[in-house]
Design a protein around this ligand. Structure first.
Ligand code: MN
Length: 231
C-alpha cells in the first residue's frame, strides 16, 4: 500500500522479561471505580461503570529501572495524578461473559491517568466532553507489562503513589467497585475489544496536583514500579 507520507510509528509498551513490545490499539479508562475516590469526586451512590478514552499515542512507556519524563502539558494549572492498574487485552471479543473475561487478559501494568483537573471540572460544569482533560499528549504514562500468568494475586494487591517520597494514594486492588472481569464484560458490550487494547481500571482516593520537577513513584505489588518526573 502506498501512503502519502510515512504513517506514525505504532504506539507500544515494553514487556517484562522479553524483547517484544505490546502494540497498543486503544486506551479505555474507567471512571470512579473506588468508593473513596468516587466520594472525593462527588459520588452519591452506586452507579454503573462509565468509560472514556485516550488516544493510543498518548502512552508514555517507561522501561523498568528508568525514570520517564512527562512534559507539563499546556493549558492547565492543575495537573493531577491518578495511579491505576492497567489491564492489557490479548484476546478480543464482544459481549464477553463475566466468567470468561479474565481469559482475555494478556497482562498487567502500573499506569498513571494524568488529568487536567481544571479542564475536567469545566467540562463537567458545561456538560462537555472530557477529551482535552484526559486525552492529551503523554497523558498515559505506563510501566512495563507483565504476563498475566506471572502475576499471582493481582486482584488483591496494594496500589500506591508517592510524590517526592510522600505517599499520596494508598489502597488495594480488592477495593475496585467493578472487578476486572465486570469491566471487561461491560466494555465489550459497548466496543469490540481487540488485542492491544489497554484498560485503565480507575484510581483510588488521594488524587492531587503535581508540579514541574516532581518525582512520581507508582507501584502495585507484583508489578514493576513506574517512575516519572514532570518536566
Ligand atoms: Mn482515572
Amino acid at each position: 500500500m502506498d501512503f502519502l507520507f510515512p504513517p506514525q510509528a505504532q504506539a507500544a509498551v515494553p514487556i517484562a522479561g522479553g524483547t517484544a513490545f505490546f502494540p497498543v490499539h486503544r486506551i479505555y479508562c474507567v471512571g470512579r471505580n473506588y468508593v473513596e475516590h468516587a466520594k472525593e469526586m462527588g459520588w452519591t451512590g452506586r452507579e454503573p461503570p462509565f468509560f472514556f478514552m485516550k488516544p493510543a499515542d498518548a502512552v508514555l512507556p517507561v522501561a523498568a529501572g528508568t525514570v520517564g519524563e512527562m512534559p507539563y502539558p499546556p493549558m492547565t494549572d492543575n495537573l493531577h495524578h491518578e495511579v491505576e492498574l492497567v489491564v492489557a487485552i490479548g484476546q478480543g471479543g464482544k459481549n464477553i461473559r463475566v466468567e470468561d473475561a479474565l481469559s482475555h487478559i494478556w497482562g498487567y501494568a502500573v499506569g498513571l491517568d494524568m488529568t487536567r483537573r481544571d479542564l475536567q471540572a469545566e467540562a463537567k460544569d458545561q456538560g462537555r466532553p472530557w477529551c482535552t482533560a484526559k486525552g492529551f499528549d503523554f497523558s498515559a504514562p505506563i510501566g512495563q507489562i507483565h504476563r498475566a500468568d506471572t502475576v499471582l494475586s493481582i486482584q488483591q494487591a496494594p496500589i500506591r503513589l508517592d510524590v517526592n517520597t510522600q505517599t499520596r494514594q494508598n489502597s488495594d486492588i480488592s477495593k475496585l467497585i467493578w472487578s476486572l472481569a465486570e469491566i471487561i464484560a461491560c466494555l465489550s458490550e459497548l466496543y469490540t475489544l481487540q488485542p492491544g487494547d489497554l484498560i485503565f481500571t480507575g484510581t483510588p482516593a488521594g488524587v492531587a496536583a503535581v508540579q514541574r520537577g516532581d518525582l512520581l513513584e507508582a507501584s502495585i505489588t507484583g508489578l514493576s514500579d513506574l517512575k516519572l518526573r514532570i518536566v
